[in-house]
Ligand binder design. Structure first.
Ligand SMILES: [Zn+2]
Length: 702
């Protein structure tokens, strides 16, 4: 929960209004933000209104960076509309050996801490002068061989073989410190403190807080003690742990759940230290694939758990060899879950995509913005490459989009989906029912999400962990696909929601287990299912799924039309929950409607014409598996990603009163908005848009 004081400190950092800027003597408005103050129609935002969006890029500077080079870089980034710099090439902050010690081979550049401090101070000063914020992006648990040899007592251990320090073969091979280890934690927090105070960085993105290489880590003495203190349970001896091969053992499931709590506790300790030394610091973490079992079950890292101590929610949209734009429904489904993690945060979440062409980079920015996310702009290097320059701004043509975005802060403020449809995402079901198997919950859940997204049915994701906290307020329809695990408290919330007039639709296995994965009393489960408005015994979700498209794999099976029809029939049946509808005569759009804390409604229309056609056309073609199959790389991602405008759009919205001002149509790249053709009748607003070449936003003042 954010206090009023916390809200003010956030506003101080990203709020574009002059009044709040003046609250802080440390912050001078960047030129591009100052422009916002004189834009006609721009209103001073009340103090507690959430802040503007993240427009980030990264810079991999070296120890010899000069003040002149830093100033030139900062001015270029400010002129390009960037408001946040993520540092790069200075991630290994624990590396601090005596001068003259040879630099070891390591995944990250091993720079002495004094050099990291000197160069980061130069860069931070220049960025602050240009109005940018700086978040220092660092590693944590990864260690080089020499540092691990110095501190063998800090290392992660395998439950089955606790005498041997653990090692992870990926990323060229890294040694692993344990985030529960008090000495490692002190050393890390002391380094973070020293750098914060000496450089004035505004926040931290802490990466690689993970239990590796698999789910038998960590069995060190500190983790054993912490597990017992938290759960009252005792971890098995090495021989018994070696027999853990499924989730039928409640102790096994308790350990899987505890690991995620333990990593969140590490971030809570960081937040506590920052509160002591610099309470206005921003804390964020790297995280990918929240809609997947891998990182949560196997590596113990889960953004839903981490969202407790974090200030800023970040989604790394990394899929190996992925085609980001042609996987947009699956990425948008993930973004909806990250947005739910950011529900109580003041800043909107932000996404890092790995586009492979300029049109794809442009599309990814629009997709993120339409989902209430900011962007870490990245383009120009193969995904996964480390070091050097990251970001569209240095490597590709100068994109106008950040500049265009920063000049219209009211369209990109912290906002929530404008909808009465809630789609439940169950952390417990993801984590507890099936080891490393996405077919049990993830695929059917994502099938519902991608079907709704492609059909432009607005929804918001509600997390099971938020259910007892009023998360269903404002919803009239709750969709809960394949939710095997539900706590008694969650069932109580859903029952009360139903009693108060809400509709609940479920499918597949529903509430057969509690939130720990333990079997629920059958009578209680049957009574719960009996009160639902609709329960579909067979889930259509998995068959309806739109998969990721990857360059190095055959085109995945296309969504089954009948399964999608079943999902959309549910929406039709409960159509009173739908607040808006978008139709297109030619082409297609990905549409979303957001509403911010001031009541401002924005309709986001991202042109997707032709984007899925190539995939759909290939459906049913003779496509043998393996090398002989039709690879996704055969579908061009080049300059012809979007070949035509979407045209003849009609947008219908529930709107209780006629809008106070004419709806404004903003087309990306075009300076002045135009009045949008509209009709209002009996609480219904109808808007007509001739065409959307790339991305358009309609601004509706209530
Ligand atoms: Zn440990």
């Amino acid at each position: 929960m954010h206090t009023g004081k916390e809200v003010i400190r956030w506003c101080r950092y990203f709020e574009p209004s002059g009044f709040l800027m003046r609250l802080s003597v440390k912050v001078s408005p960047p030129p591009i933000l100052s422009l916002a103050l004189i834009i006609p129609g721009f209103k001073t935002i009340p103090m507690i209104t959430p802040a503007s969006t993240i427009r980030a890029t990264s810079w991999g500077y070296t120890p010899d960076v000069t003040p002149e080079a830093a100033v030139a870089k900062a001015r270029a980034l400010a002129a390009a509309g960037v408001n946040l710099l993520l540092t790069e090439n200075n991630r290994y902050i624990l590396y601090n050996p005596r001068p003259g010690t040879p630099v070891p081979h390591f995944h990250f550049v091993a720079t002495h801490r004094r050099d990291i401090i000197a160069s980061t101070a130069v860069v931070t000063r220049a960025m602050h002068d240009a109005g940018l914020k700086v978040i220092h992006h660092v590693t944590s648990c990864y260690a080089s061989a020499d540092l691990a040899a110095l501190h063998p007592d800090w290392t992660q251990r395998d439950l089955r073989d606790p005498d041997k320090p653990l090692y992870f073969g990926d990323y060229g091979g890294v040694h692993l410190f344990c985030p529960t280890n008090p000495d490692f934690r002190h050393a890390f927090l002391d380094a973070l403190t020293e750098i914060t105070l000496a450089t004035d960085v505004d926040g931290w993105m802490i990466d690689e807080v993970e239990f590796l290489p698999d789910w038998f880590s960590c069995g060190c003495v500190h983790c054993r003690a912490a597990f017992h203190a938290t759960t009252g349970l005792t971890l098995p001896d090495p021989a018994a742990a070696a027999r853990w091969d499924d989730f039928s053992d409640p102790l096994r499931r308790a350990f899987i759940a505890w690991r995620m709590t333990a990593l969140a506790d590490f971030f809570a300790a960081v937040r506590q230290r920052l509160n002591d030394i610099r309470p206005d610091s921003i804390l964020t973490a790297c995280h990918a694939n929240i809609v997947d079992v891998w990182s949560a079950q196997y590596w113990g890292i889960d953004k839903i758990a981490l969202s407790r101590p974090l200030d800023l929610i970040f989604y790394e949209a990394y899929i190996r060899a992925g085609q980001a734009a042609r996987s947009w429904p699956r990425h948008a489904a993930e973004e909806a879950v990250y947005l739910a993690c950011a529900h109580r945060k003041t800043l909107p979440p932000f996404t890092l995509f790995y586009p492979k062409s300029q049109p794809e980079a442009d599309f990814c920015w629009a997709l993120a913005a339409s989902r209430g996310h900011g962007l870490w702009s990245w383009f120009g290097k193969p995904a996964g490459s480390m070091g050097g320059e990251h970001g569209a701004l240095a490597n590709a043509r100068s994109t106008p989009d950040f500049i265009w975005q920063s000049a219209r802060p009211q369209l990109f403020r912290r906002a929530e989906p404008h909808t009465r449809i809630a789609l439940l995402f169950s952390k417990a079901t993801r984590d507890m029912i099936s080891p490393m198997d996405n077919s049990a919950y993830i695929d059917p859940w994502a099938g519902w999400a991608t079907t709704l997204l492609e059909a432009n049915v607005g929804f918001r994701v509600v997390l099971d962990v938020h259910l007892s906290e009023g998360a269903l307020d404002g919803a009239t329809l709750l969709l809960m696909p394949d939710t095997a695990c539900l706590s008694d408290a969650a069932m109580g919330t859903i029952t009360r929601f139903r009693d108060a007039g809400g509709a609940v639709v479920a499918c597949g296995e529903t509430a057969t287990l509690d939130e720990t994965g333990a079997l629920r009393d059958e009578k209680q489960q049957k009574a719960f299912v009996a009160l639902l408005d609709l329960h579909m015994p067979q889930s259509p979700g998995a068959a309806a799924l739109r998969h990721y498209l990857r360059n190095d794999q055959p085109v995945p099976p296309q969504p089954d039309k009948e399964a999608r029809r079943q999902i959309l029939a549910v929406i039709e049946q409960f159509s009173a929950s739908n607040l808006w509808r978008v139709t297109c005569k030619e082409g297609s759009v990905a549409a979303n409607v957001l509403r911010d804390g001031t009541g401002l409604v924005t309709v986001h229309l991202v042109n997707t014409s032709g984007l899925m056609d190539a995939m759909d056309e290939m459906d049913g073609m003779d496509r043998p598996e393996g090398d002989g199959g039709k690879g996704a790389a055969d579908i061009a991602t080049s300059q012809t990603l979007i070949s035509q405008s979407a045209s003849g759009l009609t947008i219908e919205l529930e709107f209780p009163q006629p809008p106070a001002n004419p709806p404004q149509l903003h087309q990306v790249g075009i300076d002045a908005p135009i009045d949008c053709s509209h009709q209002w009748q009996a609480g219904r607003l109808t808007l007509q848009i001739p065409d959307v070449p790339r991305y358009a936003i309609i601004e509706l003042t209530p």
